[in-house]
Design a protein around this ligand. Sequence first.
Ligand SMILES: *Cc1c(COP(=O)(O)O)cnc(C)c1O
Length: 430
Amino acid sequence: MHNVSEQKLIALDHAHVWHPYSAMGSGQPVYPVVSATGVRLTLADGRELIDGMSSWWCAIHGYNHPVMNHALRAQMENMAHVMFGGLTHPPAVELAQQLVSLTPASLQTVFFADSGSVAVEVAMKMAIQYWHAKGQPGKQHFATLRHGYHGDTFAAMSVCDPVTGMHTLFSDVLTRQFFVDTPQCRFGEPCTDAHIAPLAKTLEAEHQHIAALILEPVVQGAGGMRFYSADYLKKAHALCHEHGVLLIFDEIATGFGRTGKLFACEHANIAPDILCLGKALTGGYLTLAATLTSNNVAETISTGKPGLFMHGPTFMANPLACAAGLASLQLLRDTPWQQNVQRIAHGLEAGLAPCRAFESVADVRVLGAIGVVELHHPVEMETLQPRFVDAGVWVRPFGKLIYLMPPFIINEDDLATLTRAVTSIVADLS
Ligand SMILES: *Cc1c(COP(=O)(O)O)cnc(C)c1O
């Protein structure tokens, strides 16, 4: 199978394989990639592309990293997997201990899940079980922000933006949640009473039905790549406390340095009751996510009825994935990632700034190692994707957004190639 021709591979792919948010038979291009090292993806036809996506926020250290490879090989020779019911192992315990020490002090327990979506499901179940144990079983709904994205499973979908998440399609299976207008205060700006009023109103009116407020702190990712004021989080935190609503931060995209802080909640200096991590947790090597919570939530769930937390995936705390997580954290400790992210922020700002002059562009924004060009109209992926590939870069726009979030190890030249490709393609759209 490894030897099938490139044409045959693409034909078989078109015939049998679904891709994310895709239509079978659409004929949309897919590019066979045969290897990846550092910030470069090598295609089957020999072309090399500079990666501007980090494989959706994950590959923060780049691809084929010797330290990561070594850690995984060592773990594999020892034990690739073992069930987690009644058994435990060093990679899981060490990773949990390190996550506890890196995140806000009140978060003391770790539930390992297989993907970000599952980590969100787990967080939502924790919130419901917490209130059930406290004798408030009526608190089974959630408040959340418009333009959010929390994953593709049903409970996670129920708190995604109802329009981009196509809630009408699944109306009978999705729980109705309480949607609050997305924050209008931009990152770095203060959050006024008017900015927080929509959330205040919802929590005041509906708190007896609301188990938790779930949101992506500072950066709303796949729901629109919006950056908002850290001040908003402080006010939201106080409102949750006031109304007896738990606070869940979904840092699956923002976690592990992407916004310039190790976790986005550090911009506001507050701790949520429950924290979801995923994506870059394993440095982009394997799927693994984690839901952290406080002793208060954990003890309440564990001592109330039914006396246990109702979740336990087959591949929970997979040792290979945990070993990848430990190696990735080691690399973060051993590399000047803050300087790298700051350097990338400057490069993105300088490189994307010319886009501000183009008619087709509504906004250009940069935060940490995230650069976004928002257009007035949705782009045609079919025509744009091949143009980026021809320019030697891997950039995957969606809707009105062309964005870059390269691996932290990218150098100035490669970053400049990325921003030049975006700038020239956006110029042609105008
Ligand atoms: C990607 C993402 C998820 C879902 O993670 P999966 O691993 O794709 O299930 C949830 N929340 C946020 C903020 C994300 O960016």
